[in-house]
Design a protein around this ligand. Structure first.
Ligand code: ARG
Length: 570
């Protein structure tokens, strides 16, 4: 559609020049002013002429009328002026031919912008805290982060996905004490991360009664910092066990990271940055702690060192950013966390700027809202939190039940139930604007008839099924468009790249989920109203198959952007 818009815009600029030869508008400007009218009776595209009215010294109604006079452009069937709008109706036949041809030619690249070519993006996401539960709060950072990675890759960026594991801090002192007091090797080997979390919880319970435990924990962490062999070995083991568990969840989502350099990795990289802050006179001592005063910028101070000289969360983030800039020379560094951390990021981004790092403006924080869960209570052995693993397991179990009723003889049932169950959770989550708080309702997420993951995955499987039944279909050169649903579908397919651009510009995967729903809706209307395999006219049939093939490609490409599996049979 971008190309069509540009062609139309070129024609419009020609017309505007007849009104005023000095008109400074470029075709690209006009193209970006073209809107999609809410009601297709008003046209497929429209140019509001109100803003130009002042510069052109002409009433909007007259501008629209001037443009509309003898207007013609490829893919345009007719155009008219109405109430200050210039309304454009596209030619269904020409549009279908163009879209089908392009999708076929570009395949997996269809819809991909190329503005990321030659550039690098580093994405910091998921980043759970070792030995603490990987819970539903991490769903956002994990799937939004991964979608943003996929979107950027699609646009040509080289992407580095970093899991900044919370693998350092006083919690390890606690865990070591708890392990030695109440745990043993076999227990952890069998129980994995759940046992670690249990030990951690027990530590807190016991420390309430016996505060001395806290001193012991501090001492053990100190030993760890001093590289005590035994403690280091335990710590490494705890990290491995946790990571093995996270990787199961990542595998269900099809996520792989390029780096697992967690917080511990930056321990020896902080002193240089602290020194730089000191030399530049940016640090102040406040009640014994070292801070960077940010009052001037309307923020509370950024804490760099505690009274005892130990480093803090921002200190580590600053050191990590410097390291990543040196290592990857990024053009953009994206951090995906809950909105609760927005101030933290604003503060240390500012400190990086004050330190004179000229790449400070390449740091982007992408926040998201909270998740709560309604309805069914999920049983976890770890208190009130709901583990991501259990949420996925419940979704998979429910989908299995539905599938056993719907299609009991399906091959590969387990794998498909997993793809649809996990997909349902992801799609439901990503359907919302990321910053909004979400109330998760499992039955809504799993409904095959709603605006859900199962519904769109089912639609994808439908395109596969239609195409598999038309084995002799080898593509279609001349299209014969006969039904309005065909043109409507082509119009939606044509808008893919614009949506991809929008999703990247706004760091908003929900643009893609909404777009997928538009495609699925248009395809299902087409499917129900147009006979495909049974069409009598051979050209009509091949046109419909070609549109089905194009839909399959577009849905598949879009699924790839939001961690949704391309399930061929449901
Ligand atoms: N581990 C942190 C948490 O769970 C998130 C880390 C986010 N990334 C960062 N560079 N600060 O809250």
């Amino acid at each position: 559609m971008l190309e069509i818009k540009l062609k139309i815009a070129e024609k419009i600029v020609e017309k505007l020049k007849t009104i005023n030869a000095d008109v400074a508008l470029e075709a690209a400007d006009v193209a970006s002013m073209l809107e999609y009218p809410p009601d297709s009776k008003m046209g497929d595209l429209a140019l509001p002429c109100f803003k130009m009215s002042r510069t052109l010294r002409m009433a909007p109604v007259k501008i629209a009328a001037t443009i509309a006079e003898d207007f013609d452009s490829p893919c345009v069937a007719r155009a008219e002026a109405l109430n200050g709008y210039f309304n454009i109706f596209l030619d269904g036949q020409a549009l279908c031919a163009k879209v089908v041809g392009e999708v076929k030619k570009k395949g997996e690249k269809y819809g991909a912008p190329d503005f990321g070519e030659g550039k690098t993006v580093v994405l910091d996401y998921s980043s759970p805290n070792v030995a603490k539960p990987f819970h539903i709060g991490h769903l956002g950072t994990t799937v939004i982060g991964h979608s943003l990675k996929k979107l950027h890759e699609f646009a040509g960026y080289k992407c580095v996905g970093i899991n900044y594991l919370g693998d350092w801090g006083t919690q390890f002192g606690k865990l070591i004490v708890a392990y030695r007091s109440w745990g043993n090797k076999e227990l952890i080997e069998e129980g994995g991360i759940d046992k670690l979390v249990e030990l951690y919880v027990k530590f807190h319970e016991e420390a309430e009664k016996n505060p001395e435990l806290n001193d012991m924990a501090r001492a053990e962490f100190k030993k760890l910092e001093e590289k005590d062999e035994e403690n280091i070995a335990l710590w490494q083991w705890f990290v491995e066990i946790s990571l093995a568990e996270y990787k199961k969840t990542y595998a269900q989502l099809g996520i792989e990271f390029d780096s697992y350099k967690g917080e511990s990795f930056y321990t020896d990289k902080m002193p240089a940055q602290v020194e730089k802050l000191r030399e530049m006179g940016l640090m102040k001592i406040d009640d014994g702690a070292s801070i960077v005063d940010l009052e001037e910028y309307g923020m509370p101070p950024c804490l760099i060192l505690k009274r005892d000289g130990s480093t803090l969360y921002p200190t580590r983030d600053i050191a990590a950013a410097v390291y990543r800039k040196q290592t990857y020379d990024f053009d953009k560094a994206i951090y995906v966390t809950s909105a609760g951390q927005s101030l933290h990021f604003a503060q240390w981004f500012k400190v990086v700027e004050l330190m004179g790092y000229d790449w400070y403006d390449k740091l982007v924080h992408v926040p998201y809202g909270t998740v709560s869960i309604n309805g069914e209570k999920l049983a976890t052995r770890t208190g009130n939190v709901i583990l991501l693993r259990d949420l996925f397991a419940l979704a998979i179990e429910k989908i299995s039940g539905i599938m056993n009723e719907k299609n009991p003889n399906l091959e590969n049932k387990e794998k498909i139930a997993e793809e649809i169950g996990v997909g349902a959770v992801v799609f439901y989550y990503l359907s919302n604007n990321r910053i909004r708080d979400i109330n998760f309702i499992m039955d809504d997420a799993l409904n095959f008839d709603g605006n859900t993951g199962p519904y769109v995955q089912y639609t994808y499987a439908r395109t596969c099924s239609v195409l598999s039944k038309a084995e002799d279909f080898g593509g279609c050169d001349t299209l014969k468009v006969t039904a309005p649903e065909e043109a409507e579908l082509a119009k939606v397919l044509a808008r893919f790249e614009e949506n991809v651009r929008d999703a990247i510009d706004t760091y908003e995967p929900s643009v893609i989920t909404r777009y997928i729903l538009d495609v699925a809706g248009a395809y299902n209307r087409f499917y129900h109203n147009c006979t495909i395999l049974g069409a009598e006219d051979a050209e009509v049939k091949s046109t419909r198959l070609a549109l089905t093939a194009a839909t399959k490609t577009v849905l598949g490409n879009a699924f790839g952007l939001i961690c949704l599996a391309k399930t061929e049979k449901v």
